[in-house]
Design a protein around this ligand. Structure first.
Ligand SMILES: CC(C)(COP(=O)(O)OP(=O)(O)OC[C@H]1O[C@@H](n2cnc3c(N)ncnc32)[C@H](O)[C@@H]1OP(=O)(O)O)[C@@H](O)C(=O)NCCC(=O)NCCS
Length: 202
């Protein structure tokens, strides 16, 4: 596997089955380990409808771009990035959004720990900055999630604070480390990602 085998692209109808499998067919203990309460997920049918609607809206004039991106390994989708809590920019001449909170899910254990997210985080941030004219991409990484925090460390993204996240899908408050990435920081982050990949390949 090399770095160019990992791509970030538009989420499409072909990706829906993998998305639903990840959220609805896995071990509930895995979702609980992320802090998610599986019983708070929307019904599977409802989730499918939401994904189909999102895909149908893509590319139509005047619509907000999709916040869901597929992570592809050698052309096959293995997970997604998502941007939530998009905060529209108010006042001033520039349209777009001040910030959004970015997430990552590599669906199968066999694809984790191979450097895929290291590359896909950077590609997804580049794409989100372009799509939403963001001032910053934010992360709220559960403090207990070693992978999610290690990636930021490897990319040289330092935590900017801590929080207790209370989102509808979560079981109570989850302690998080917060991160904030601006477009200006991205070139150095990309360099670190490439360096980390070179070290992996040695
Ligand atoms: C977190 C996640 C996105 C990381 O993606 P990934 O492709 O597995 O990460 P990478 O292979 O690029 O690993 C980057 C670094 O993090 C480390 N890492 C990844 N997962 C880890 C884990 N569970 N525990 C400890 N370290 C981990 C890797 O070892 C690597 O560091 P190293 O080079 O020093 O060994 C992925 O494991 C995942 O989807 N997990 C389930 C969902 C999730 O936790 N999402 C994030 C927050 S909600």
């Amino acid at each position: 596997m090399n770095i160019d085998d990992i791509q970030v692209r538009e989420f499409s109808g072909d990706d829906i089955a993998g998305f639903l499998e990840y959220w609805y067919d896995g071990d509930p203990a895995f979702l609980k380990s992320l802090g998610v309460n599986p019983e708070k997920l929307p019904q599977r049918r409802k989730m499918r409808e939401m994904l189909e609607l999102d895909i149908a809206r893509q590319g139509r004039n005047g619509n907000r771009p999709s916040a869901l991106l597929a992570i592809a390994l050698q052309g096959r989708t293995v997970g997604v990035h998502e941007l939530t809590h998009l905060r529209p920019r108010t006042g001033g001449a520039r349209a777009g959004f001040e910030s959004g909170v970015m997430h990552a899910h590599i669906w199968r254990a066999a694809h984790r720990g191979r450097g895929i997210a290291l590359a896909s985080y950077v590609r997804a941030m580049q794409d989100y900055f372009r799509r939403f004219a963001l001032d910053a991409v934010l992360f709220e990484s559960p403090a207990h999630n070693k992978g999610a925090n290690r990636i930021k460390e490897k990319l040289g993204i330092a935590p900017s604070g801590e929080s207790a996240m209370r989102w509808p899908l979560l079981d109570g408050a989850v302690r998080t480390l917060q991160y904030r990435v601006t477009p200006a920081a991205l070139p150095a982050i990309e360099q670190r990602m490439r360096q980390a990949w070179r070290e992996r390949s040695r």
